[in-house]
Design a protein around this ligand. Sequence first.
Ligand code: HGY
Ligand code: MN
Ligand code: MN
Length: 424
Amino acid sequence: MTIHDSSLRIDAERLWRSLDELGSVGAYFDEDAGLHGVRRLALTDADIAGRELVTGWMRAAGLAVTTDRVGNIYARRAGADNAAAPVMVGSHIDSVATAGRFDGCLGVLGGLEVVRTLNDHGITTEHPIEVAIFTEEEGARFGTDMLGSAVAAGRIDLDAARARTDSAGVTVGSELDRHGLAGAVEVPIRSPHAYLECHIEQGPILSTGDTRIGVVQGVQAITWLELRITGRAAHAGATPQRLRRNAGLAAALITVRLDEMVESGEYGLLLATVGRQVNYPNLINIVPEKSLLTVDLRNPDGAAMARAEADLATCIAEVEKATGVTITSRVTAKTPPVAFPDSMRDLVEKHASNLGMSCERLTSGAGHDAGEIAALCPSGMIFVPGLYDGISHNPREYSTPEACADGIDVLLHAVLELAGSGNE
Ligand code: HGY
Ligand code: MN
Ligand code: MN
C-alpha cells in the first residue's frame, strides 16, 4: 500500500487495547461514579509508570525516544530526509485526579497507532514523524496548565517551570530529578514542520449534532487565579454580625458575582468556575478566618476576557470593603486565544470528508498542547465526540472504539500529506 492509498486505515482494536491498558495505570475505583477512574497527576509515580508503558511501546515500534529539559518525550520515526523538521503528533498522559481514559491519551496513543500502521505497511515518509508526550498538561498538580508544551514553545522559562510547587511544596525540578526525566533536548525545541493533536472534545457539541469529527478552529483564552482571603476567626454563636470578618462569606460573594458576570452576557462567551474553595478552620461553629479559592476564566475573545479580569478585580476590592477581609489575588495561568491556521483546519476537514465522515468546525473549550506548539509551527486539532454530554475530567468520560478510530484515521491521512512520501 502506498502513502496515497485512501483505503489505508489504522488498527482500531490495537488502538483500543492500548487505551485500555494505559487506562489501567493509576486506576482507582470512584465511589460516586461507580466505576474506575484514572489518577495520574504529573510526575507522580503513576505518571512515570504510564510513561514507561508508552515509551516501551514506542521503542517496540522502532522509535528513537528522547526527552527535553522539562521531561517532554519525543519519539521519532526516521524519514527519507532525516534532516527535515519532523511532523509532530501527540498530547499528554498526565491526568487530573478524577480522570477518564481518553483525555490526552487518545492523542499520544493515536500518534503511536499512526506509526504502527505505517510500519505494518512499510510506508516511509519524507519528513520524520515524532510522537510527543508533554509534561503536566493539566496543571492539576503544579498549578499552571500546558506547562511542558509551554516550555517547549518558549512561553514559560525552564527555571520558572522547575521552580513551580505542588500543594505540598514539592517542586517540578525535584520531581524531574527524582525520576531522572530532565533530558538533553534543549528548550525551546526546534520547530516541527507541523503539529497535529487528536483529542476527545470534552463537551456536548459533536455528540449533540451526531457529528463524527470536530475541525478545531482554535483554543479559547484561559486565566487562572488563586485568591487568598483573610478575615477573623470568631465564635459562630457569640459574635454579632457587625463584628464579623467572614472569609467564607467573602468567597461566596465573589462566586456569586462571577456567575452574574457570565449570565449578564456583557463578557461575550465568558465561563467562570470556582473549582476549589477551602475554608479555615472549616468547622461548623467557627466563622471562617481564611478561605482559599481558585478561579478559572475562559473566553474565546481576548478583549472580553480582559474586561472580565478587570471587573473581577473591582469586585474583589468591593468585597474587601463590604466584609472587612483582605484578599490577595495571584494569576497562576494565563494564555491568549489561539487560532489554528486555515491550512491546518482545511487539511483536517479535507481528510475527514475524504473518509466519508461528517465534520463541523468548533473552538476548543479546553486548553491543549496544540495551543502552545502553535507558536512554533502550523498546528491543528481533530476532535472526536464524547458521550454523556461530553463529560470529561471525570471517570464517566467516554468515547467509542469507532469514534476513536475515526479520529486517528483522519490523523493518519493528514500526517501522510504533511510528511510527504519517501517511498517514491
Ligand atoms: O484546563 C484545561 O482546559 C485542560 O484540560 N488542561
Ligand atoms: Mn487534554
Ligand atoms: Mn484535561
